[in-house]
Design a protein around this ligand. Structure first.
Ligand code: G6P
Length: 611
């Protein structure tokens, strides 16, 4: 939620920050703003996308070489010009941009109003900047010390950067919960929510830790904690290329990421799966696998698409390892009183590694004594660092807000983890293990074959682009895929869609079926095939329009349904890796045909760092 970019050095700050903000728009895109320090603080801000700001701030181009910027996903107050960041303190001396939520902002605001402060926006951020100002006015030391004192009284999450009119060429940054990374250049520094805004300038980064403050000038980076005790800055070298975060000739990031899946799934397996040597090794589990394969119970926690990957993992671990599994939304897990017993392990799944609810669920599970594994895409993200061990998905940066390649990479990792645990536990025979390993290695090529059907899937999308509702049905391993297919469509085309276990539709959704209801049924050849054929007959009897995802060579369903999309036969444990691909393409093309902004759907954000 919300993206932050700040710069200090010799470049013009405004264009540098604007280009950086564009790369962070996946974090929020309802308004944007920049403040430049050049003898005075000049604020340029506007509701709408970063480009709107760029167009409107005509005199900002040469405004100065120190600045802070923000792209917003509204929490407190609608996306108006006034609510856009940066926010100035009442004196006009401090300017702030902030990502996160200040939970005690109302009590702080009352306190400040009594002291004569005035507020112009609805935001918690404006309260924060005035609170910092108020503390600094009563503190004789430096602003960074005052910032530490102020932040000690703040309840909630923040990633923030601050400019002080009295400190030219200096940026203050702090974080708790929301990520903040400093890019260390030659005589210049960047501060941002992630490294994408500055990756073409430097790959040397310092991740701020929780409750750390950075004082950044063009040639110096000083870290302190909230008690003003100096901290060491550990420079890490990032392995990220600019082209990984560009569209590379595709119309949208989402399409690029759908088409990247053969590569991303193979990257995910690189150095880990070697069928020729019957080898499966996961570096992240090398010294930490025991709790997993000895687990009495596995609890999986995640949000959104990652949660659906968790549902597939439930079937995988139960089937292959005979370990009971429960899957729970992180937001539910953290707010009830979950039972964690000795021998329980928790797996947290998160593309960004920054989802606030998942992060708190991880911390809670650790406090309750569980061994917690992470399945994250973003290296060194908060969840990756908070877990005891884990396996990265290595899908590369995912920019499209609707998750695609991260999902298939998560499935790949979870399959590898389940296979490894099954091997250690002895719940899989050697030939079975070897067969599954080869099948897994063959998945990227099969995804490529499915992608060849894009034009045909586009035609189907055209037929159904004006539908008001969709149903998605699947059984077994394809049930979570049905949920994910429905989520994709909702997210990017705003068509109401529901995913259901195919047989369960008799207990409710069938009442919705008529000639206007498109129903996507994943009906691949597996043990439930005959049952799902019966379900399709029930739908056709009620005139539903059925689009069936079937196994290549299916002789029965093409005559029974309106459209079939064929996918190659694969091992049933690997089916979701394939069956989800046509659903991603269907959702994408319907969204595009409807004229929706598929990369940045309304009201959504890529990384939900507020609860
Ligand atoms: C947001 C994104 C989804 C994502 C979910 C969980 O809602 O729009 O695409 O699945 O967060 O994110 P995570 O980064 O934890 O996987």
């Amino acid at each position: 939620m919300c993206g932050i970019v700040a710069y200090v050095g010799a470049r013009e700050a405004f264009p540098t920050i604007i280009e950086g903000l564009k790369r962070l728009e996946y974090r929020g895109y309802d308004s944007a703003g920049v403040c430049i320090h050049n003898h005075r603080l000049r604020v340029f801000k506007k509701s709408g996308k970063v480009n709107e700001l760029k167009k409107s701030a005509v005199d900002a181009q040469n405004a100065g070489c120190t600045g802070i910027g923000h792209t917003r996903w509204a929490t407190h107050g609608p996306p108006t010009d006034i609510n856009a960041h940066p926010h100035l303190s009442n004196s006009g001396n401090l300017s702030i941009v902030h990502n996160g939520i200040i939970e005690n902002y109302l009590s702080l605001k009352e306190e400040l109003i009594k002291k004569g402060y005035t507020f112009y926006s609805d935001t918690d951020t404006e309260v924060l900047v005035n609170f910092i100002e108020e503390v600094s006015l009563h503190h004789t030391g430096t602003l960074e010390e005052a910032l530490g004192l102020a932040l000690k009284r703040v309840v909630g999450a923040y990633g923030l950067v601050l400019l002080d009119v009295n400190q030219p060429g200096t940026i203050l940054a702090a974080r708790k919960g929301s990520p903040m990374v400093v890019g260390v250049g030659k005589n210049e520094h960047f501060v941002a929510s992630d490294a994408s805004p500055f990756i073409e300038f430097t790959n040397e980064v310092v991740y701020l830790k929780n409750e750390e403050i950075a004082v950044v000038t063009k040639d110096k980076l000083k870290l302190i904690n909230l008690e003003n005790i100096g901290q060491t800055a550990y420079i890490e070298i990032l392995d990220l290329e600019l082209e990984e975060i560009e569209k590379g000739g595709y119309d949208h990031f989402m399409l690029k990421e759908i088409f990247e899946q053969p590569r991303s799934v193979s990257d995910c397996m690189r150095g880990r799966v070697e069928p020729a040597r019957n080898l499966l090794k996961l570096g992240g589990l090398q010294n930490n696998a025991k709790p997993l394969y000895r687990a009495e119970r596995i609890l999986i926690t995640a949000c959104g698409t990652s949660y659906y990957a968790g549902l597939v993992a439930e079937y995988l671990f139960e089937d292959l390892c005979r370990i009971p599994v429960e899957v729970e939304y992180a937001s539910e897990f953290r707010y009830r009183n979950p039972i964690i017993r000795e021998g329980d392990v928790v797996i947290a799944i998160s593309q960004s590694g920054e989802t606030a609810d998942t992060l708190v669920a991880v911390e809670m599970a650790k406090d309750l004594g569980a061994t917690v594994y992470g399945v994250c895409n973003v290296v060194a993200s908060s969840i990756a660092r908070a877990t005891d061990a884990g396996v990265y998905t290595h899908a590369g940066p995912e920019i499209g807000v609707a998750s695609t390649k991260a999902f298939t990479a998560q499935l790949t990792v979870l399959t590898m983890m389940a296979l490894l645990a099954a091997k250690y536990k002895g719940t899989i025979t050697h030939p079975e293990f070897a067969n599954k390993l080869s099948a897994l290695a063959g998945i990227p090529a099969i995804i490529s074959r499915v992608l060849e059907q894009q034009e045909y899937i586009k035609e189907i999308a055209y037929q159904f682009r004006n539908a008001d509702n969709f149903l998605y049905l699947g059984r077994g391993y394809n049930y979570p895929v049905a949920l994910e297919g429905a989520l994709k469509l909702k997210e990017i085309s705003y068509i109401h869609a529901e995913g259901y276990p195919a047989a369960e539709m008799k207990h409710g959704p069938i009442a919705l079926v008529d000639e206007d209801m498109p129903i996507v049924v994943i009906a691949t050849r597996d043990h439930a095939y005959d049952k799902i054929v019966s379900n399709i007959q029930e739908l056709k009897s009620r005139k539903g329009k059925v689009i069936a995802v079937v196994t290549e060579g299916d002789q029965t369903l093409p005559d029974m349904v309106d459209y079939t999309i064929e996918i190659p036969q694969v091992d049933q444990h690997l089916t979701p890796l394939i069956s989800v691909v046509p659903l991603q393409l269907l959702a994408y093309h319907i969204g595009v045909l409807k004229g929706c902004n598929v990369d940045q759907p309304r009201n959504l954000a890529k990384s939900v760092t507020v609860e």
